[in-house]
Write a protein that binds this ligand. Structure first.
Ligand SMILES: Nc1ncnc2c1ncn2[C@@H]1O[C@H](COP(=O)(O)OP(=O)(O)O)[C@@H](O)[C@H]1O
Ligand SMILES: O=C(O)C(=O)C[C@H](O)[C@H](O)COP(=O)(O)O
Length: 306
């Protein structure tokens, strides 16, 4: 059987976005889910699986129902009695987002609790995607199980993409994050970092320094940098691709994740890296103009094809 699917591994939370007070709007989001959402919008012919662990409370059931309504399955992800999803709220200063989390006992922390189920969820995938947030919510033993399952999928032909997405609050120490992220890069074919994260974590002085450092570890690297150009490093060659100018961004939550979804969908469809990054910028520019991390499929498709 040809591997045709797309799997993304991590934590999808309940999301509060919009305005504080009685007008909060509740959705579902999380970096790896946001990327899968865009990927699925842009590659609808590929079976899409969100690999995580879920609870059995009404919110977990709603979340799984929301995925299903939108054509996204959960593979062999465990559903754990008594567990529940995490929650985060977005507060904005202008369009720049900050997050408050309630997630320390979320079901997703058990996503590697059944190694056999995890490996099964990663079978027959053309693409396996995960992030530094996926690593940050796991303990050491669970991280090892996850990376082993990803390495197995890669050895059977899956392309592996990884966004380090550094969230200092989720890690015990910067050194732990550095070590785990380097281990993840060792099993990745495509790395999709954001420059300010890499600057914080590895003290890179410029996006070029990030691209050079990661280019020695991974064959294909795209460094995002907000409204600044993205930098592609592939096989020792560097290219820059200008972002789209957005006059009035509303909420930058999910911009990087949606960029990744656009980039990977384009690469899976056979577009060259620079063309993929141009499409990804357009997708991300559409996402910064909506509140919350997810934009409607039609909005994403129109941006990708424009
Ligand atoms: N203000 C902006 N105007 C236009 N595009 C933006 C803006 N902010 C982000 N983007 C788009 O989103 C992508 C990712 O944004 P970035 O801020 O680097 O990532 P993250 O959301 O991971 O912090 C950028 O490469 C760009 O395409
Ligand atoms: O922080 C987390 O754990 C989340 O997953 C919440 C957000 O949905 C993403 O962080 C958004 O990611 P950006 O694309 O970088 O804006």
């Amino acid at each position: 059987m040809t591997a045709n699917g797309i799997a993304s591994i991590g934590e999808c939370m309940l999301e509060l976005s919009g305005q504080a007070g009685p007008n909060w709007r509740m959705g579902f989001a999380g970096d790896t889910f946001n990327t899968l959402w865009a990927l699925h919008a842009l590659s609808p012919e590929r079976p899409a699986t969100y690999v995580s662990a879920f609870g059995d409370d009404p919110f977990s059931r709603d979340q799984i129902g929301f995925f299903a309504q939108n054509g996204i399955g959960i593979g062999n992800s465990p559903v754990i009695a008594g567990a529940r999803p995490g929650l985060y709220a977005i507060t904005l200063t202008g369009a720049e987002r900050a997050f408050t989390y309630w997630r320390s006992d979320a079901a997703a922390r058990q996503l590697a609790s059944d190694p056999v189920a995890l490996e099964k969820s990663l079978e027959n995938q053309a693409l396996v995607y995960f992030s530094g947030i996926t690593l940050a919510i796991l303990d050491n033993a669970a991280r090892k199980i996850l990376l082993a399952a990803i390495a197995t999928a890669r050895s059977t032909g899956s392309l592996v993409a990884f966004d380090p997405n550094y969230r200092p609050r989720l890690w015990q120490s910067r050194e732990t994050a550095q070590a785990a992220i380097l281990e993840a890069l060792a099993v990745a074919d495509i790395a999709l970092p954001t420059f300010p994260d890499e600057q914080m974590l590895f003290a890179d002085e410029t996006p070029q320094a990030t691209a050079e450092r990661l280019g020695k570890l991974v064959g294909e690297v795209v460094v995002k940098n907000g409204e600044q150009p993205a930098l592609i490093a592939m096989n020792g060659e560097a290219q820059t691709v200008e972002a789209v100018h957005v006059a009035t961004p509303v909420d930058t939550t999910g911009a990087g994740d949606s960029f990744n979804g656009g980039y990977l969908a384009a690469r899976l469809a056979g577009h060259a890296p620079a063309d993929a990054a141009r499409r990804a910028h357009k997708v991300a520019a559409a996402v910064v103009q909506v509140r919350g991390a997810l934009a409607p499929f039609e909005t994403l498709r129109a941006a990708f094809d424009s």
